[in-house]
Ligand binder design. Structure first.
Ligand code: NDP
Length: 321
């Protein structure tokens, strides 16, 4: 029987339980996939802790890459032996998972499963943030918080590829080095970043702030953005932002504030294929670098969650079944 990581009661990382499961049987529209690598994401910690409630018990995880073992009835897009990746298949912390064919994308030759698993959720996020939420134009100066994180390193590279200029925030010298390698032109600590951003932009502020940190950075993000700029609050690694009075957007400079989420930017199959094709091809062609900061055995999922939440990690964390 395949092994998986179950959550029977919500709580800290210790509730993640390495256990065996029934071999899944693919139904209509589903693929049974042998998982090569499962991606670890912040949202998995929210599901585990109960911040985003799911029906209990459940198998953790959403993201991964692997090889199709069997295609269910009505599936004409993939067949046994195809290599696929996905960002939205519940139960992906497992040796085998059912992936809806509608959310699977083909992995091109030249991209290994670890890179594909590392790319889908965070790479698609970097893509929609930089191309659709605030489409970065040549010469734009923008601010990326937590730039050495999973989304951050990919986002920095995608912005650079569009001709944007990245000011980054990070918490350690090692993370600073990674942000610079990814293309950031200035790297700041968190303490005085709004003032430093003003200095670096000749008092103007940045065209956009990409803020996945949330509670601890949000006020500063509003101070760092230019008149008529965009604050894309896409995450809450430090905790959720309290309610915001819209009048604050006026006094900060007629700011556009958005709280986007990936599902709404890959809702149509064409959009998923466009974004996934862009990032997977960029990795295959050597234009986008995937930094895997931690590889863990499936049975070690607890440690992966501890490390992610303790702010100890860089780039992508993977579970290898
Ligand atoms: P990261 O790899 O970026 O890890 C989070 C980073 O945030 C840390 O490494 C740390 O970097 C920084 N951070 C700052 N304060 C804290 C804190 N108090 N606790 C923990 N970390 C902190 O994670 P991801 O790239 O996976 O995700 C980043 C955020 O984006 C998450 O909130 C996630 O939920 C969200 N997200 C949103 C999506 C969407 O579509 N809206 C899709 C994907 C992710 P440093 O030490 O340098 O400060």
């Amino acid at each position: 029987m395949p092994m998986a990581i179950a959550v029977r009661t919500t709580g800290g990382p210790d509730v993640l339980e390495h256990t065996d499961i029934e071999t899944p049987v693919p139904g209509s529209g589903q693929l049974l996939v042998d998982v090569d690598a499962a991606g670890v994401n912040f949202i998995d910690t929210y599901h585990r802790s109960g911040l985003y409630p799911l029906d209990l018990p459940f198998i953790a995880g959403l993201e991964g890459a692997g090889t199709v073992r069997e295609a269910g009835p009505d599936v004409s897009t993939f067949r046994a032996g195809d290599r696929v990746a996905w960002a939205a298949a519940p139960g992906s912390y497992a040796e085998q998972v059912l992936v809806p064919a509608a959310v699977a994308v083909a992995v091109p030759d030249g991209v290994n499963s670890e890179a594909a698993a590392a790319l889908l959720l965070q790479g698609l996020t970097a893509h929609y943030l930089a191309t659709s939420v605030y489409p970065v134009a040549e010469g734009d100066q923008v601010l990326v918080h937590a730039a050495a994180g999973g989304v951050g390193l990919l986002l920095t590279q995608v912005i650079r590829a569009r001709g944007g200029r990245v000011i980054a925030t990070v918490s350690t010298p090692e993370k600073e080095r990674l942000a610079i390698e990814a293309g950031a032109e200035a790297v700041l600590g968190y303490d005085d970043f709004p003032e430093r951003v003003r200095e670096l932009t000749k008092g103007q502020g940045v065209a956009a702030v990409y803020d996945g940190v949330g509670r601890s950075t949000f006020d500063g993000s509003l101070e760092a953005v230019a008149v008529r700029g965009t604050v894309a609050l896409y995450g809450a690694a430090s905790g959720p932002v309290p309610p915001v009075d819209p009048q604050r957007l006026n006094s900060a400079g007629s700011i556009f504030l958005t709280r986007p989420t990936l599902v709404h930017y890959v809702a149509k199959r064409e959009e998923l294929e466009w974004r996934a094709g862009d990032i997977l091809d960029a990795v295959r062609d050597g234009a986008l670098n995937v930094h895997i900061g931690g590889r863990y055995a499936l049975a070690d999922a607890q440690r992966a969650h501890y490390d992610l939440e303790a702010r100890r990690t860089t780039g992508k964390l993977l579970l290898l079944p």
